[in-house]
Design a protein around this ligand. Structure first.
Ligand SMILES: NC(=O)c1ccc[n+]([C@@H]2O[C@H](COP(=O)([O-])OP(=O)(O)OC[C@H]3O[C@@H](n4cnc5c(N)ncnc54)[C@H](OP(=O)(O)O)[C@@H]3O)[C@@H](O)[C@H]2O)c1
Length: 223
């Protein structure tokens, strides 16, 4: 598959490396040609670099990997206003909080007023947007562990287009992850809120995972 990244930072590198290794063709696009070229060189193989404007034309799948507050600018620079994303599969892995905001307190992270996913879908007119990968640190994909306590590393997917969801599910499996259909794109706001909440706990040194019992002990059935 042809996959373009918008952004050449930690997430573009972590996911791009996994997809390149799985045999996909990766085009790194970024506002800095030097950074795009440097990442493409690190990804090796068939990876190449180009300008933001080239992402939508190249990518059967496009990964948006910029800070949440930069999503509109980056998509606009990539031609969103000219319809570049019409019918394109756009993975939104952004978060709605700024990691720099951490103050050692669990409530350091607050959400942007609107969800990034809603903004992405509005700006990238016609795109088939799937929210995915936003909850897991880039380091996880760079590392080799794909299960914890015999539980598979699970990636919730939120989107409205069944074909787009199926494609992203394949890309999750290509990285060794376990995709889960988590509802429509309107559910992305809960992913973004949960991520801000959980990251606040993790950054403050609390084991957020321990707040969730395993499924068999979760009493997850309607009473
Ligand atoms: N890192 C993680 O562990 C992780 C995990 C899950 C989700 N996320 C989310 O994924 C997104 C990317 O994170 P990251 O860690 O990859 O960030 P990063 O390493 O800081 O890279 C961000 C990329 O976005 C580019 N960028 C910033 N502002 C831009 C703008 N206005 N227009 C175009 N490009 C712009 C940067 O370009 P320059 O180099 O020119 O500044 C850089 O290529 C964020 O929304 C983050 O919350 C991150």
């Amino acid at each position: 598959m042809r996959i373009a990244t918008i952004g050449a930072g930690a997430m573009a590198e972590a996911l791009g490396a996994g997809w390149a290794e799985a045999g996909h063709e990766v085009l790194v696009t970024a506002r800095s040609p030097q950074r795009a070229a440097a990442l493409a060189a690190r990804l090796g193989g068939r990876a190449a670099a180009a300008s933001l404007r080239d992402a939508a034309a190249f990518g059967e799948v496009i990964l948006l990997a910029v800070p949440g507050e930069a999503a509109t600018d980056a998509l606009t620079a990539a031609g969103a206003a000219d319809g570049a994303f019409d019918h394109r599969l756009l993975i939104d892995c952004t978060n709605a909080f700024a990691a720099e905001a951490f103050t050692a307190a669990p409530n350091s992270f607050t959400l942007a007023i609107d969800t990034v996913a809603a903004r992405v879908a509005k700006v990238a007119v016609g795109a088939r947007v799937v929210k995915a990968f936003s909850m897991l640190a880039a380091e996880i994909w760079r590392g080799g562990e794909r299960s914890y306590d015999a539980r598979p590393l699970t990636v919730p997917l939120c989107g409205d287009d069944p074909d787009a969801l199926a494609t992203v599910a394949t890309l999750v499996r290509d990285l060794g992850g376990h995709p889960v259909d988590a509802g429509g794109l309107d559910r992305a706001q809960y992913v973004e809120a949960m991520t801000a909440f959980v990251m606040g706990l993790w950054f403050a040194g609390h084991d957020a995972r321990a707040t969730l019992p395993p499924l068999e002990s979760a009493f997850a059935h309607p009473d």
